[in-house]
Design a protein around this ligand. Structure first.
Ligand code: IPM
Ligand code: MN
Length: 345
């Protein structure tokens, strides 16, 4: 019989609350014959304070054994900024070669958006996940003086760009509209911009049925707001992708609804699925957090593992629930319960 071995990282703040609901809905979606085995890991602020560790080599070896990872949120004001980001989240993305950071944006029925009218928002951003300015390649001289000079080098390799661009083309080809937009800034970032553009144009030849487009990142932010229907699949680098996916989440109903997958398409390493939002310590433990982003992340997880029908069922359940939400203020648990019922029914 089939089974899914899932590493679960509830993390900090609202992480444990939303992950509990994600697991509830995920289990409800699975057919009887699929055995879901979960193992919890205690990464995050508590562990850091207790041991000074964020993610050890042994941890990485342990996590490597799983089919996938479900992450709530990591981060707490008691930990200096950057420690958990670099020591945990980015470390996992790099070590597990999560080169596709998949972030769908779809405006659900009845969901309020800051955009005017009834915008048509249904696109996915394929954000590169292992390179760009995230590699920690930089430095500072004359640090702390008025003459300090800091550099933060954006690393872009042909290998890294081609594989993510290829993945984005394949995703575009599998969607009805078959359109892929490259977002970069090649009018200013000459070296990286030209690498991306050249590779994009070269790979495009292998996907003649995919319509291509290019936008500078600044212009893309305008169109996310004024013409979101322009977008089907977007491919971009790590930092541009970070920024535009927050905007994409904002226009599609807020980060309470935004799901993401840190994916290694080759499956050489487990992929990790997480809501785009953070640990929101201000509302932790109060049952106020919306678990929808985590639930939608479990749909991405199932799709990645080949459970397309079950993934689609979770997404449909969320759509149906969103359509009826209105002004209702349900607790984290209540939303999870309602989604689990819909998915099972
Ligand atoms: C995200 C986050 C992370 C990122 C931070 C926490 C390192 O903003 O997942 O979008 O910049 O990738
Ligand atoms: Mn971000």
């Amino acid at each position: 019989s089939r089974s899914i071995n899932l590493a679960v990282i509830p993390g900090d703040g609202i992480g444990p609350e939303v992950v509990a609901q994600g697991l509830k809905v995920l289990s409800a979606a699975l057919p009887q014959d699929v055995k879901l085995e979960t193992k919890e890991f205690d990464f995050g602020a508590k562990r850091y304070h207790a041991t000074g560790e964020t993610l050890t080599e042994d941890d990485i070896k342990a996590l490597e054994q799983y089919d996938a990872i479900l992450l709530g949120a990591i981060g707490d004001p008691s930990v200096p900024s950057g420690v958990l980001e670099r020591g945990f989240l980015l470390k996992l993305r790099f070590r597990f070669d999560h080169y596709v950071n998949l972030r769908p944006s779809k405006l659900g029925p009845g969901v309020s958006t800051p955009l005017a009218g009834e915008p048509d928002i249904d696109f996915i951003v394929v954000r590169e996940g292992t390179e760009g300015p995230y590699t920690g390649n930089g430095g500072s001289v004359r640090t702390g003086t008025p003459h300090e000079v800091a550099t933060e080098v954006s690393v872009n390799t042909a290998y890294g760009v081609e594989r993510v661009v290829r993945d984005a083309f394949a995703r575009a080809q599998a969607r009805p509209r078959k359109k892929l937009t490259l977002v970069h800034k090649n009018n200013v970032l000459s070296y990286a911009g030209h690498l991306w553009t050249n590779i994009f144009n070269k790979v495009a030849e292998e996907f003649p049925d995919v319509t291509t487009d290019y936008l500078h990142v600044d212009a893309a932010t305008i169109f996310f707001v004024t013409q979101p229907e322009r977008f089907d699949v977007v491919v971009t680098d790590n930092l541009f992708g970070d920024i535009i996916t927050d905007l994409a989440a904002a226009v599609a109903g807020g980060i309470g609804l935004a799901a993401s997958g840190n994916i290694n398409p080759s499956r050489a390493f487990p992929s990790m699925f997480e809501p785009v939002h953070g640990s929101a310590p201000d509302i932790a433990g109060q049952g106020k957090a919306d678990p929808t982003a985590t639930v939608l992340s479990t749909a991405l997880l199932l799709r990645h593992l080949g459970y397309e029908t079950e993934a689609a069922r979770i997404e449909e359940a969320v759509s149906a629930d969103l359509a009826e939400r209105g002004e209702s203020t349900r607790s984290t648990d209540q939303i999870g319960d309602a989604l689990a019922v819909r998915v099972a029914g």
